[in-house]
Design a protein around this ligand. Structure first.
Ligand code: SF4
Length: 282
């Protein structure tokens, strides 16, 4: 017999299956996994489970859309007061001897870790700690000395070219302006900012992958590209903290606000952070 449209028939007991109950959609921040909450309460980091990764990625996407609440001036001040209290004199982790070796180390660190660069540079800088000595060393020798670093062929070429340019146009000295630095081969805005900050004590903000992530994730400085995040950070960070702000944020991203598994449980700005996926216990 044909069933009447719209008439529900009782499913037989054999074939009936209980449908999963749909729970109302919660905001991303509340969709923490049971493990994350348990870990937060015990003071340990949440495990990087696939579910935690999904929630984190979703929260990161939400943060990137700039939908997180903005920080108040007082909150920004408080965050940097805590960073300063925890580490009054933060230092970069790239080994260098002088402004020239700093410049070379930063050029070599593009798409590589500081630790990886630090393994290769002692031998390089022992032979060449000035542009003149580096140019004399030659591209082939430099390439051989830095071959453990990613993109070493291009980087060796740039290190020799920038050394020659420093000798020819700057009397062998590293220039102290952004324009002059960015005119050197292999030197972009980020590298120039690092050199200006560390070698010349200028309050610049070099946005690397860690700072880009923190700016967006925490809601401190949302931006679609590194330049947008840099400009926003320059706008919101109080002047008194600007000189060291770059180091504090890099170190925070490297050791606490990790990309895959942020350690919110031990984060000193957890109560201020606006990330909807943070795993701190309420
Ligand atoms: S609470 Fe701290 S570690 Fe967690 S996302 Fe925010 S800034 Fe990063």
């Amino acid at each position: 017999m044909a069933k009447k449209a719209g008439l529900k028939t009782e499913p037989s007991k054999k074939t009936s299956k209980r449908l999963p109950r749909k729970s109302p959609k919660k905001p991303v921040g509340q969709r923490r996994t049971a493990e994350a909450v348990k870990a937060a309460r015990s003071g340990q980091a949440a495990k990087a489970t696939p579910e935690a990764a999904r929630v984190r990625a979703q929260a990161d996407r939400k943060a990137l859309r700039g939908t997180t609440a903005p920080w108040t001036k007082a909150e920004v001040e408080e965050a940097f007061r805590r960073f300063q209290q925890a580490m009054p004199e933060p230092k970069g982790e790239l080994h260098h001897i002088n402004p020239f070796t700093l410049l070379v180390a930063v050029v070599l660190s593009a798409q590589a870790t500081d630790a990886g660069v630090n393994k290769a540079t002692p031998a390089l800088f022992a032979l060449a700690d000035t542009p003149q000595k580096m140019a004399a060393l030659g591209e082939e020798r430099v390439r051989d000395l830095i071959k453990t670093i990613g993109l070493y062929r291009t980087k060796a070429k740039n290190v020799i070219a920038l050394s020659e340019k420093l000798v020819a146009e700057h009397g062998g000295k590293v220039p102290g302006t952004r324009e002059e630095l960015q005119a050197l081969p292999g030197v972009g805005r980020k590298t120039a900012n690092v050199v200006l900050n560390i070698a010349f004590g200028q309050p610049t903000m070099a946005v690397d992958t860690h700072i880009f992530r923190i700016g967006n994730r925490t809601g401190l400085a949302p931006g679609k590209d590194p330049l947008a995040v840099e400009l926003k950070l320059l706008e919101v960070i109080p002047e008194a903290y600007m000189l060291h702000a770059h180091h504090w944020l890099i170190l925070h991203g490297r050791y606490t606000c990790l990309a895959r598994r942020p350690l919110c449980e031990r984060c000193i700005i957890a109560d201020l952070c606006k990330w909807p996926g943070k795993t701190v216990a309420a």
